[in-house]
Design a protein around this ligand. Sequence first.
Ligand code: GLV
Ligand code: MG
Length: 332
Amino acid sequence: MAATDANANHSSPTSRILRPRRSNLAVPGSSTKMIDKAKGLPADQVFLDIEDAVAPLAKPDARKNIVAALNEGGWGDKIRTVRVNDWTTQWTYTDVVTVVEGAGQNLDAIMLPKVQSAEQVVALDLMLTQIEKSLGFEVGRIGIEAQIENAKGLLAVDAIAQASPRVETIIFGPADFMASINMKSLVVGEQPPGYDVGDAYHHILMSILMAARAHDKQAIDGPYLQIRDVDGFRRVAGRSAALGLDGKWVLHPGQIDAANEVFSPRQEDYDHAENILDAYEWYTSEAGGKRGAAMLGDEMIDEASRKMALVVAGKGRAAGMQRTNRWEPPSE
Ligand code: GLV
Ligand code: MG
């Protein structure tokens, strides 16, 4: 089921400009100290939490802290997201109304946890539309980030990804997910010693990635809880990046550089991608002999190489990378 009337004024999903989200810093809305500190950290995105990192009694204050911090500014060009409580609680509507009425102009997206169906996304879309209309905000600007954290959510991930043009990301929530399917593991995102469950993560991550790619969304990996184990973080993040996911949560400032690095192309891969694009453009041109397949050094390149190169070059450009060498057409 897709939201229809409510989305009449929305831009189409493919026209939503999705900024890089290599690192997404989790910040409990209950801690003004951590919120202040987050402003100066080099994460691509920050999400201010009213859900699981905030105790029930602290949620009302967290909402107020978040509204104040968003309106106060100082976030640079970070994507500013707020994670509300999921629709099975009694808190979701108050979270959304308080935060969007209070700071909707200074907010980029709402993260909806434990999404189980397309309808849950549509419900949030409708609420956002009402608030935007009533306050005279641009309708459809605020995005939705959908967390997949249980079996129902994973089974419905394709419908969830296309439930609203507001959806920007599909996020894996490994802690809740493992609990919900009874996965026997000690460290979130890694297999417990003696058990080979690596394939289980592969299936989950690939399902999320396929839904995201099919509908032009970003696919984001969730937290790595052993915050002092930066090597472990790199290992798990590296697996997600290798599959093609766009970024990962960071729970601690110490994980930010690793995430930004792992989800950016390596310099040599970025240079190579830009060179493939230049070389292929030249070889297919009149001057280059109108060739559909050509040699770049020892490598055969064709239209499929160009498509792969576009992905890597796109990620590098988005991350602000500069070329360190440049292919030149043969001189005679
Ligand atoms: C994140 O929300 C998780 O449950 O891992
Ligand atoms: Mg969770």
